[in-house]
Design a protein around this ligand. Sequence first.
Ligand SMILES: NC(=O)c1ccc[n+]([C@@H]2O[C@H](COP(=O)([O-])OP(=O)(O)OC[C@H]3O[C@@H](n4cnc5c(N)ncnc54)[C@H](O)[C@@H]3O)[C@@H](O)[C@H]2O)c1
Length: 184
Amino acid sequence: MDICRIGLIGAGNVGRRHAQVLGSFPDVHLAGITDVVPEAAAALARDVGCRPFPGTGELLSAGLDAVYVCVPPFAHGAPEAVVLSAGVPLFVEKPLAATAETAERVGVQVAAAGVLTAVGHHWRYLKVVERARRLLDGRAVRLVGGTWLDKVPPVGWWPVRDRLRRSAFLLRCAWAIALMRYRS
Ligand SMILES: NC(=O)c1ccc[n+]([C@@H]2O[C@H](COP(=O)([O-])OP(=O)(O)OC[C@H]3O[C@@H](n4cnc5c(N)ncnc54)[C@H](O)[C@@H]3O)[C@@H](O)[C@H]2O)c1
């Protein structure tokens, strides 16, 4: 069986979820984890049975087939640049970045690297979304409404609303806007 070697950047809530799911696939080997907080990388690596690395460069030296980038919105850009310049495919958690400039810069780097990439917009794969796409196919949409009902995520950066960290609005709207664009 071919084994896919994956590295993880960002050992927070979502990084942990991905690490646990990846660890349950027989054809995936989680090769290592890095985080700007070394203790976070070490704790998650210990829990899922892999190695912590001090940085993205060192993580890549483990010989990876792909990297998962699970950092907060304001931290995107630098990790992707390092991974893409090494020509390694990447999965990135939504939203792509806190600013359009960063997202577009990463887009240019993705095109130059020519590698496979994906974003964590997994709602696209819901049956109800498939159904809505079929029903709306060929029809002009005139109004879209949406309501988000959820609890506040347990992350310190969530309520911070400066220019680079408009977390609540950005994170929730990223879902809604991505779904609206997906149907068209
Ligand atoms: N697809 C989904 O369903 C889903 C659900 C929740 C959150 N998310 C997204 O996942 C991302 C992470 O959310 P979270 O709840 O795990 O946040 P978190 O704060 O719990 O974890 C983020 C981790 O990234 C680390 N980090 C920050 N900058 C870094 C860098 N430059 N290099 C390496 N590590 C760095 C932090 O130290 C932290 O451990 C957010 O963008 C969020 O929108 C996606």
